[in-house]
Design a protein around this ligand. Structure first.
Ligand SMILES: Nc1ncnc2c1ncn2[C@@H]1O[C@H](COP(=O)(O)OP(=O)(O)OP(=O)(O)O)[C@@H](O)[C@H]1O
Length: 618
């Protein structure tokens, strides 16, 4: 009997992500190039049921055993997948399209052979595909006046619509299936830059569509260049693109998204990450991979076993790039990028994305880039105006009762149902303890943190997304990238030490043009955050309490310089523009679009390393 987390997901027949790791079919030949993938898929054997983890007694959360809720989220797996044995990560792709640029998409007759990653079976029905009136609900007006700044030589101009870009017919169809009517600002600017083959460092607000911004050009580029011959290694695979992200959940999410974008393009996307059985991931890889989505630890493992070669990499994308290059991850990333057979900068195209990009990290990142363009969209390093930020002075001992007041109040405000609330705490123990206390007081809660097993983490996320346990207590492992629909409130029960972590945490709400609320509990333990927090709130037009302004001015005079942004404002400036930059290159001619005023770079001291407890990351 299999006991992987993916099996647990399989058991939850109506799970939301359609996620898991393929089973069986391990006798497939090694890599099958996209143009040869016309064989009908062999029916996969049904696999048995696997136990989910039933750890603890808290009576009203997922720890009792997963109830198989349907999330109703946009990530929902297609019904056609439910009967499958552990919906394989792109496994259906081997039945994918023939090779040529022109023969993908609508006209191909065997489309049903590839698992449909969209939530509807009838995706070719034009009525199902978004019209100008029916978009995904993104509020583009929120982005009308967004300041954008680019620097670098010969910056390609932005586009206003997907129609202006030649992404290829099959990808365009998938964009419509995703109900993306217009590109978001970061997509308007970055897609032409990437399609022009340029390296890129891009900062854009949380929830602004960065995933598609790096996926579209990669998929499009691979579709165009499929004739490339890859070496034949004994059980070694040679992906063409590598997307690295710091957490397992984020890698899975990127994989789910990328599979939608790559549906019926012939481009095969596979994910590998820690905490899940490596053999299943190896089997997926052996079925063929064009785009590899990975967490660094598991990838290093696969590289050391010579299961993956990066020799053919043409595209490298680092999501949450500043986190990937901070103190916890940098050695692993350098190992992957600089000490393997991956082509050097210039021999590959490199794209770095994040909502925050401290100067010190930019400096490190520039080692990976060649003649790159730096782009900032929005008030970089700040939050979006769509998030209402509140900060309340709460002593440690009062935090629980204060949280309970908030939870009661938000329930009374609406339909009596608890809205999805994400509560960030500092430690894993603290997360468990708060979860237990919440459950004991009648609030269905669950946790996600680095001490939980991967099946437990995945289960918790599902339970939260589905609303079964509408309160998720989390450490920073959930701070970055996760796109959970309908999170209406983020509570910083314990504030992070680093303002960038705060930015990412509150960015779990107010996504894709929607509004959200973020509440922070502040007390004397958070003094070093007073100034950057007050600055950030002011910049985002939020009401800054007078007591916080007072603490902030005290911190400005009396030190508190631990935080890397203290003394400065929002850090969206290309570090190459600074006079201290002397690495033999510069930003060259500067091209500006839009406003872009008001950035004054990071004034504070060195990079503080953030909260990144290594065990919380993958
Ligand atoms: N052009 C578009 N039209 C409509 N919705 C979009 C578009 N692009 C992306 N989205 C949606 O916006 C949401 C946020 O996108 P995404 O997760 O890529 O944000 P992000 O910028 O990577 O956020 P973070 O900084 O938190 O990682 C997703 O639900 C995505 O499907």
């Amino acid at each position: 009997m299999r006991t992987s987390w993916a099996d647990a997901v399989d058991n939850a027949a109506s799970g939301s992500d359609g996620y898991g790791v393929g089973s069986g079919d391990s006798h497939r030949p090694a890599y099958v190039p996209p143009h040869l993938r016309n064989r009908p898929p062999t029916p996969d054997p049904m696999v048995g049921q696997a136990a989910t983890s039933n750890n603890g007694p808290p009576p009203i959360n997922d720890r009792l055993g997963y109830g198989g809720q349907t999330s109703g989220s946009r990530w929902a797996a297609p019904r056609s997948d439910y009967g499958r044995p552990g919906y394989s990560a792109g496994g259906g792709g081997r039945g994918g399209r023939g090779g040529g640029w022109g023969n993908r998409g609508g006209s191909w007759g065997g489309r049903e052979l590839e698992a449909n990653p969209f939530g509807n079976d009838d995706v070719d029905d034009p009525a199902e595909i978004a019209s100008e009136q029916e978009s995904s609900g993104i509020n583009f007006d929120a982005y009308e006046d967004i300041p954008v700044e680019t620097s670098g030589v010969n910056v390609p101009p932005p586009v206003n619509s997907f129609a202006e870009i030649d992404l290829g017919e099959a990808l365009n169809l998938n964009i419509r299936r995703c109900k993306y009517v217009r590109p978001t600002p970061v997509q308007r600017y970055t897609i032409p830059i990437s399609l022009a083959g340029r390296d890129l460092m891009a900062c854009a607000q949380t929830g602004s569509g960065k995933t598609a911004a790096f996926c579209f050009p990669i998929i499009s580029g691979i579709m165009r260049g499929q004739s490339v011959q890859r070496p034949h290694g004994f059980r070694t695979v040679f992906p063409l693109a590598l997307i690295l992200s710091p957490t397992r959940e984020l890698s899975c999410q990127i994989h789910v998204e990328a599979r939608k974008f790559a549906y019926q393009t012939g481009v095969k996307v596979v994910v590998v990450y820690g905490g899940a059985p490596i053999n299943q991931q190896l089997r997926e890889l052996e079925r063929g991979v064009d785009i590899l989505v990975a967490t660094p630890g598991r990838l290093v493992d696969l590289l050391e076993r010579a299961k993956v070669s990066l020799q053919m990499i043409r595209y490298l994308a680092l999501d949450e790039a500043d986190r990937m290059l901070d103190m916890g991850f940098e050695p692993q990333i350098r190992k992957i990028v600089e000490q393997t057979d991956m082509p050097p900068p210039g021999g590959r195209q490199t794209m770095l994305f994040s909502a925050t990009f401290p100067r010190e990290i930019q400096r490190l990142a520039s080692d990976f880039l060649s003649n790159y363009i730096f782009l900032t969209v929005g008030r970089v390093g700040s939050s979006t105006d769509l998030i209402v930020q509140r900060v309340e002075f709460v002593q440690e001992t009062d935090k629980r009762s204060h949280l309970m007041d908030l939870l009661h109040a938000q329930m009374d405000n609406g339909s009596g149902k608890q809205p999805l609330t994400l509560v960030f705490v500092e430690t894993k123990k603290g997360a468990d303890s708060l979860e237990y206390w919440l459950c004991g007081n009648g609030f269905p809660a669950t946790t996600i943190h680095g001490d939980r097993t991967q099946p437990e983490r995945e289960l918790a996320l599902r339970s939260f997304k589905s609303g079964k346990t509408p309160i998720l207590v989390a450490t920073d492992v959930a701070a970055r990238g996760l796109d959970i629909p309908h999170v209406s409130h983020v509570v910083n029960f314990d504030l992070p030490n680093d303002i960038d972590d705060y930015v990412h945490r509150i960015g779990r709400t107010g996504r894709a043009g929607k509004t959200g609320l973020a509440t922070a509990f502040f007390n004397e333990n958070n003094m070093s955050l007073a100034k950057p927090l007050a600055d950030l709130m002011q910049e985002a037009n939020q009401e800054v309490p007078q007591w916080l302004t007072r603490y902030a001015s005290r911190a400005a005079y009396g030190g508190g310089g631990k935080n890397r942004r203290s003394g400065g404002r929002f850090g969206g400036r290309d570090f190459r523009k600074e006079s201290s930059f002397s690495r033999g290159g510069n930003a060259g001619g500067m091209d500006y679009y839009g406003g872009g005023g008001g950035y004054s770079g990071y004034g504070g001291g060195g990079y503080g390393g953030g909260a990144g407890a290594p065990s919380a990351w993958d």
